[in-house]
Design a protein around this ligand. Sequence first.
Ligand SMILES: [Zn+2]
Length: 247
Amino acid sequence: MPRRPKNTSRRSKALRSGRGQRAESFPTPQSSTALALEYNQLLSGLDAKVLVLNKFYMAVRVITARRAFILLTRETAEVIHTDDGSYANYDFSTWAELSELRKEFEPDDHDWVKTVRFDIAVPRIIRLVGYDKLPQQRVKLNRRNLFARDHNRCQYCGKHFHTSELSIDHVKPRTQNGPDTWENLVCACTSCNSRKGGRTPQQAHMKLIKEPIRPKRNPLISMRLNSERYASWKAFLDEAYWSVELK
Ligand SMILES: [Zn+2]
């Protein structure tokens, strides 16, 4: 976990101290209820993804910004903002106020949602202050996670497809007692899937581009870790949280 913030620059100082520091023209959000009303007016940036931590700062899931703002306005969550390897916690009102400064100093570092009166930076990470459940240790085997593991690539021809054009292939077919497991299921485009039919790759003279395995970490999270946009997640995704066996 990154260390707590040490103020270094003027800009950081301005952004971090926050409380009690308001631009004259800035309309103060009076309460969470007022912010909840503003929420209805948010126009964009709502599809950005937000990492959710439990109260112990362990990553538990990824949600949309839309959902994150609901949790923030209900005050069940707070914003965790990382900067130069340290992090700070903000309640939603403070975060909304600081967004004014961020808009001025670092407009390109954030996704933005616009309300009628002001813009709010989409937080990359939030923490559920009262949630003490531990992250799920086993990645659920479902369509979404499977497609994410295979990066929406047909595992036979290697081409990328939109989710709607992909199907799930049993490497060893069901008709030959192939199980529903991470090791036996792959993404396949409809044309490869129908070419393969009810045969094993060997029988169909087709080759998998990669051996299918059970992912250690939620593949939706792994996918986003490659993006600069979600670089701040790394600090909270200690491998140990995901691989350690909990008794
Ligand atoms: Zn294919």
